[in-house]
Design a protein around this ligand. Structure first.
Ligand code: AMP
Length: 170
């Protein structure tokens, strides 16, 4: 099945000029959901991952079933103020202004092998900030997994030199 046919394009969302790639239509399709997770599992198995990190919030939807199938733990990276225990925090630049992501300080054992997952890579800023959180945690980043890559934005140039797995390109 061509997963791209299950991703819905919404022009001018959330603001004019943005073509939003909507993965809710992929998630709601049983075969599409299964193929997405199974393909990610196949392509991540060789990385010997100990933990999958999902980036709030669409990274949770793909990261958790991936971790389950790989037989490893799942760790959420969240927007500020959501995690209850002590956190590492990382600020990153948006088009206008800045944002911040957080991870529990005790979530990743030192030297554990970590895979970062999100639904989509655009500029790579979100994933790069998450990679810095992994570094702060003393863990070992072994790869990134994205369902969608917006190749024209060349976001992978902003990421550390580890394998980057993507399933659908625009
Ligand atoms: P970036 O940090 O620029 O790589 O942006 C990645 C984050 O923004 C991901 O969490 C995506 O879910 C979201 N995002 C950016 N651009 C789009 C888009 N065109 N359609 C859907 N989500 C997007």
């Amino acid at each position: 099945m061509d997963l791209k046919t299950l991703i819905r394009d919404i022009p001018d969302f959330p603001k004019p000029g943005i073509m939003f790639r909507d993965i809710t239509t992929l998630l709601q399709n049983p075969e599409g959901l299964r193929q997405t997770i199974d393909t990610m599992v196949d392509r991540c198995t060789d990385l010997s991952v100990d933990y999958v990190i999902g980036i709030e919030s669409r990274g949770f939807m793909f990261g958790t079933p991936l971790a389950y199938q790989l037989g490893v733990g799942f760790v959420p990276v969240r927007k500020p103020g959501k995690l209850p225990a002590a956190v590492h925090s990382m600020e990153y630049d948006l088009e206008y202004g800045t944002d911040r992501l957080e991870i529990h300080q005790d979530a990743l054992p030192p030297s554990s092998r970590v895979l970062i997952v999100d639904d989509l890579i655009a500029t790579g800023g979100t994933a790069a900030a998450t990679a810095k959180l992994v570094e702060q945690s003393g863990s070992h980043l072994v790869g990134f997994g994205f369902i969608i890559e917006l190749t024209l934005l060349e976001g992978r140039k902003n990421l550390p030199d580890v394998p980057i797995i993507t399933l659908v390109e625009y």
